[in-house]
Design a protein around this ligand. Structure first.
Ligand code: SF4
Length: 297
């Protein structure tokens, strides 16, 4: 059986784990292409109008795979840790996909109740069983895949360019080059480094959110706020760019929390949807980076 892996949403954060796990099990799998115009158009055509851009793009990835494999893996994220949740669209994703796209092959759907080792193992074990593997082989594949993901996650060293910008947002907005019009490269070309939340240790991020009157119960809110707060307080960056999907409820709150906390460095919020034009996007980045240079010189 050939398994299709849609390259969307949290694939951008956990691709090392999922690819390694399937490789270790010697599963025949296919990952959808990098997001491109065709995938975006498929997503827009095959999803409800009021879905956010990342959800539409995920639909596009699923639609692009439907005739190329025997089953498609669509995880159902219910919770990321005790008392902490993820956007409801992640919980209902399998239903959104199966009710919007016609002619799909079988979907492999399993809920995930946490990103710790125990919950990830439960999830991995269940999807592997659906693919016909036994416990012993799964355990070994899981441990090796987790090890690779942990090595991938180890703290990166700060780049040394003259100016540094914290690129804040959900991993799929920050790392999908088509969705964010390759912003990291655009910044690098003008000698500005982009620092993402992966540069800061998770325990540091968790410390930062203790300033809030209440611990955020959204996974994305914790990471984005904790990261932006830490890098600005410690003067590790000259500015912040927040990449936000139009109509994202979580972003609408986190952006205000960050603006409230970060007082002495400039923040640019770039909203993206399927109508966003590259020329306008570039103009805003150029104006922001010009202002940073004037401010720092
Ligand atoms: S968190 Fe926001 S951007 Fe992400 S899927 Fe939910 S609504 Fe869309």
């Amino acid at each position: 059986m050939k398994i299709g892996i849609p390259k969307g949403l949290l694939y951008y954060k956990y691709y090392t784990f999922i690819d390694s796990f399937l490789e270790e099990l010697q599963v025949d799998f296919i990952t959808s292409q990098d997001t491109n115009r065709e995938i975006l158009d498929l997503g827009v055509k095959n999803s409800v109008d009021d879905a956010c851009l990342p959800i539409k793009i995920f639909h596009g990835h699923v639609a692009s795979l439907k005739d190329k494999c025997d089953a498609i893996l669509v995880p159902r994220f219910m919770s990321t840790s005790k008392g902490e949740y993820i956007c409801p669209k992640f919980c209902g994703l399998p239903e959104m996909v199966s009710n919007s796209i016609e002619g799909l092959p079988k979907l492999i759907v399993e809920p995930i109740y946490g990103l710790d080792q125990k919950h990830l193992y439960n999830f991995s074990n269940k999807i592997a069983k659906k693919m016909g593997f036994n416990n012993h082989k799964v355990r070994e594949a899981f441990i090796n895949a987790l090890d690779k993901q942990r090595k991938f996650n180890t703290q990166k060293s700060m780049p040394q360019n003259k100016y540094k910008i914290a690129l804040v947002g959900h991993p799929y907005n920050v790392f999908d080059k088509y969705m964010n019009m390759d912003i990291i490269n655009k910044l690098n070309k003008i000698n500005i480094s982009a620092i993402t939340e992966e540069y800061v240790e998770q325990k540091t991020i968790n410390e930062e959110i203790k300033d809030l009157f209440k611990r955020p119960f959204w996974y994305f809110a914790r990471n984005s706020y904790g990261f932006a707060s830490y890098v600005s307080e410690n003067k590790l960056v000259d500015g912040i760019i927040y990449i936000s999907s139009f109509a994202c409820g979580i972003d609408s709150i986190v952006i205000e929390l960050i603006k409230d906390k970060v007082r002495d460095i400039p923040i640019l919020v770039l909203k993206i949807d399927e109508q966003t034009g590259e020329a306008g996007f570039d103009t805003r980045i150029e104006a922001f980076t010009d202002m940073l240079e004037r401010r720092c010189s």
